[in-house]
Design a binder for this molecule. Structure first.
Ligand code: AMP
Ligand code: MG
Length: 403
């Protein structure tokens, strides 16, 4: 049996970004920039007014000075006429500063008529001007490769008119459920049948990673069915299977994958739930074989598959946010495997406190509904007292904002 840390390291060492594509800016939302982006020009592109007011020459502007208004420059218009001494140009926010002017006097600091304007306060050179390049200078590396693209990145890229941007490709993830007991969603299961809920849960989790799920259906517990559908699944960027990965005589996934030339990297990563999880590769294609129990499927996806998908899509932060927290209640477990305790974390006095999210039996699905973090109970330990410090993987990214 492998250990958990080594299993996770193995996965992250073996996967690499899947490739780059150029997409329309909005398609890049939530994705990762695949090339350095340097500003193609200054921003602002020219000196412009930060206020509605009057563009003036500051030298001749004492309080009480009356200037003749000789020009009108609304936003979207550029005036070639110089502002000369004794004169001012009426100017609107965003409009280019006309030649000769070196300050803007806000309308609120004047008594303004149609033909003339009286200045009420002292004017300093540079007042209320947004200078060319003061935000971003031409050639500045403003977004290195690896930048996650959100609204501020989109705003800047759009302001430079970057309609198409290079991002890491989304990965296509094939999902194969296995088992004779399964029926597809929408079918009323007979006694002894269960609905193939894992396919949907996995597809949901894959979507939330920003990847593209491809549901292949159900492989029945025979060689032909497994061969056909696993072969199909290996055409995707990543293959995820559920069930059929333990040591039962109907558990065919590992055997048939091996037949298809898939090289197993580990089986049994020393965790509970998720004991029989396997990770394998065919060429660059990662294959994750997850246990069929829906709780185990979800937890092993989060711990092993999610980091791989995020890394393949260029994310530098591939792992869940990990914090130290404290158990609210004591608990015990068997020695030998790292246990994922499904917990509900709250933040009190700046500390993360973890209480059980419910019955920890892997048959109890509803505990997942209340679970916003996993507490990692180390393999070699058995007894945990209330108040003990543990490592937490936060499943809810908003948790940190509550303190
Ligand atoms: P197995 O790994 O084949 O021993 O399956 C473990 C448990 O998970 C069994 O109770 C299965 O019925 C259940 N299971 C297997 N596949 C699925 C699936 N696709 N959706 C929901 N439950 C499943
Ligand atoms: Mg089975």
């Amino acid at each position: 049996m492998m250990n958990y840390e080594k299993a996770r390291r193995t996965i992250l060492e073996k996967v690499a970004p899947a490739g780059i594509e150029r997409v329309l800016l909005l398609e890049a939302a939530g994705r990762v920039l695949a090339e350095d982006y340097s500003a193609p020009s200054d921003m602002p592109r020219w000196d412009n007014s930060a206020m509605d007011g009057f563009a003036v020459r500051s030298a001749g502007c004492a309080p009480g000075t009356v200037l003749k208004v000789t020009d009108y420059i609304p936003a979207g218009v550029s005036s070639g006429d110089a502002v000369v001494e004794g004169c001012a140009a009426r100017i609107m926010t965003g409009a280019p500063i006309p030649p000769g002017a070196d300050a803007v006097v806000p309308i609120e600091e004047t008594e303004a008529g149609e033909q003339s304007v009286k200045l009420l306060l002292q004017v300093k050179k540079g007042d209320h001007i947004r200078f060319q390049g003061e935000d971003v200078g031409r050639g500045d590396l403003i977004m290195p490769k690896g930048t996650l693209i959100g609204p501020p990145q989109v705003s800047l890229l759009a302001s430079f008119s970057a309609a198409v941007v290079p991002v890491y490709r989304r990965v296509r993830v094939a999902i194969l459920s296995t088992g004779d007991e399964l029926v597809e969603i929408g079918t009323e299961p007979k006694e002894s049948q269960i609905v193939n809920s894992n396919a949907l849960a996995l597809a949901c989790a894959i979507k939330l990673c920003g990847a593209e799920p491809v549901i292949l259906g159900i492989a029945r517990d025979n060689r032909e069915s497994h061969l056909a559908l696993l072969t199909e699944g290996l055409k995707a960027d990543v293959l995820v299977t559920s069930a059929g990965v333990s040591a039962g005589d109907r558990d065919l996934v590992r055997e048939i994958l091996a037949e298809l030339g898939v090289m197993e990297q580990f089986w049994k990563p020393g965790v509970k739930p998720g004991g029989p999880t396997a990770f394998a590769l065919r060429g660059n294609t990662p294959v994750f074989s997850l246990p069929g129990n829906p709780v185990s499927t979800m937890i092993t996806f989060d711990e092993f598959v999610r980091p791989a998908l995020l890394r393949m899509m260029g994310h530098e932060k591939a792992l869940r946010r990990t914090v130290r927290g404290y158990l609210k209640e004591g608990t015990r477990k068997k020695a030998g495997k790292l246990n994922f305790l499904r917990v509900q974390v709250t933040i009190e006095d700046g500390r993360y406190l973890a209480s059980t999210a419910g019955d920890q039996n892997t048959g109890i699905l509803k505990t997942m509904l209340r679970c916003n973090a996993l507490a990692l109970l180390p393999a070699d330990r058995t007894e945990f007292a209330a108040g003990e410090e543990v490592e937490l993987h936060l499943l809810d990214p908003t948790l940190e904002m509550e303190d």
